[in-house]
Design a protein around this ligand. Structure first.
Ligand code: SF4
Length: 383
């Protein structure tokens, strides 16, 4: 079982962000942490095991939580669950909000991995995104984290930004590499509805790079990071050998997870009806979430029963994101039927077209296949 905890507080709202994250809500932090701990205790009573394999605290900006509240949260989580020593324990953080007391508290309770939003090197691009930090603050935060003993650092970067040239992107990659992170995530910008950035794009005040430039940026990342010793292990993720994120790998391999907090999702095994597992999602609003926990009205969660056929397709969809691909053996063990029986004809056809390949019992996308991943999934969905 993996554990995800959502902390939805941010100093200000980035211009592209449609996550469940709220600025100016610091006064609710204490009640929110109390609600998280209540939800944790209630959920743990229903779980087949309290042993946790990985923990990921995401946001929002977890580093905005005052150190004493972080201590309350982490000590409560240790009290509720069994967290074996040395498991991967990540928290997200944003540059410019990290403090030494926060980091020291995190380390005291086992945090050993920090994932930080750097996004871009150039001040003007950071401004377009509404980010509140500079590259110098990223550097300072990385140094602070290392000084407290967190040696596993991941940086998030974004490409395909309005006003971003290929040279800007190279400069961002080089700046990130100069900090020698163990892990890098490179995401293409997806302009989300109802964000200020999308409004600027729709009104023509900002212009995105064209598709060809965006593809070149992605290829540049793959090539430059590979030359610098980072292995691509998923469409957007690169790591030094041994530093792939176990929490995310677990998600792509359909390991059950418990999500706590506003908007958090869980995927829990079930034996009820035809479902293989239940996907439950908490309400996104702060008040809605806290009210649900207070009134113990768990029916306010959205619950989806995932059938065996849905679960098989999810194995394909999630497995093809990874460069290792889908294991024939794991598919058979998980679904009680062979991958070949379910998808053999379609995979053979995609292989003929140079979009997937098979090696040592694993099916994965070729580099050409990665460029058209969504179209491939649509074909598989029709199987
Ligand atoms: S810091 Fe992250 S979660 Fe917060 S507003 Fe920016 S993108 Fe959204």
């Amino acid at each position: 079982m993996e554990l995800y905890i959502h902390l939805p507080f941010c100093k200000s709202k980035c211009r592209y962000c449609d996550f469940a994250s709220y600025a100016g809500c610091e006064k609710h932090m204490t009640s929110y942490v109390e609600a998280l701990l209540t939800e944790a205790e209630t959920a743990a009573r229903e779980l087949p095991t309290r042993e946790i394999e990985t923990v990921f605290i995401g946001g929002g900006t977890p580093s905005l939580l005052p150190a004493d509240l972080l201590e309350l949260l982490l000590s409560g989580i240790h009290h509720t669950f069994e967290l074996p020593r040395g498991i991967e324990f990540t928290t997200e953080a944003n540059p410019g909000t990290l403090t030494m007391p926060w980091l020291e508290t995190a380390v005291k309770y086992g945090v050993n991995r920090l994932s930080m939003g750097m996004q871009a090197f150039q001040p003007e691009l950071l401004k377009t995104l509404g980010r509140i930090h500079s590259f110098d603050q990223v550097k300072e935060s990385v140094n602070m984290a290392r000084s407290t003993g967190i040696s596993n650092i991941s940086l998030d970067l974004m490409f395909g930004l309005p006003g971003q040239s290929i040279e800007h992107w190279r400069e961002t990659l080089r700046a990130a590499l100069s900090l020698q992170p163990q892990h890098l995530s490179c995401y293409g910008l997806i302009p989300e509805e109802n964000t200020p950035l999308k409004a600027d794009l729709d009104a023509g005040r900002l212009i995105l790079p064209d598709e060809e430039d965006e593809r070149i940026m992605y290829d540049e990342a793959i090539d430059l990071l590979s030359v610098n010793g980072y292995e691509q292990y998923e469409i957007s993720n690169f790591a030094r050998p041994g530093f792939a994120c176990h929490h995310n790998l677990g998600y792509w391999r359909q390991i059950p997870y418990l999500g706590l907090g506003a908007s958090a999702s869980s995927m829990l095994p079930t034996t009820s009806g035809k479902a293989v597992y239940l996907r439950q999602t908490n309400p996104p609003g702060l008040q809605e979430y806290m009210q649900m926990v207070k009134s113990e009205n768990w029916s306010r969660r959205e619950t989806i029963a995932v059938t065996r056929d849905d679960a098989k397709f999810e194995t394909m969809m999630l497995g093809l994101r990874t460069t290792q691909g889908i294991s024939e053996l794991a598919f058979d063990e998980m679904h009680g039927i062979s991958l070949n029986a379910c998808y053999g004809a379609k995979l053979a056809d995609l292989e003929k077209r140079g979009l997937v390949c098979s090696q040592s019992g694993f099916w994965r996308l070729t580099r050409r296949g990665m460029d058209v991943q969504n179209a491939i999934l649509v074909e598989l969905m029709d199987e």
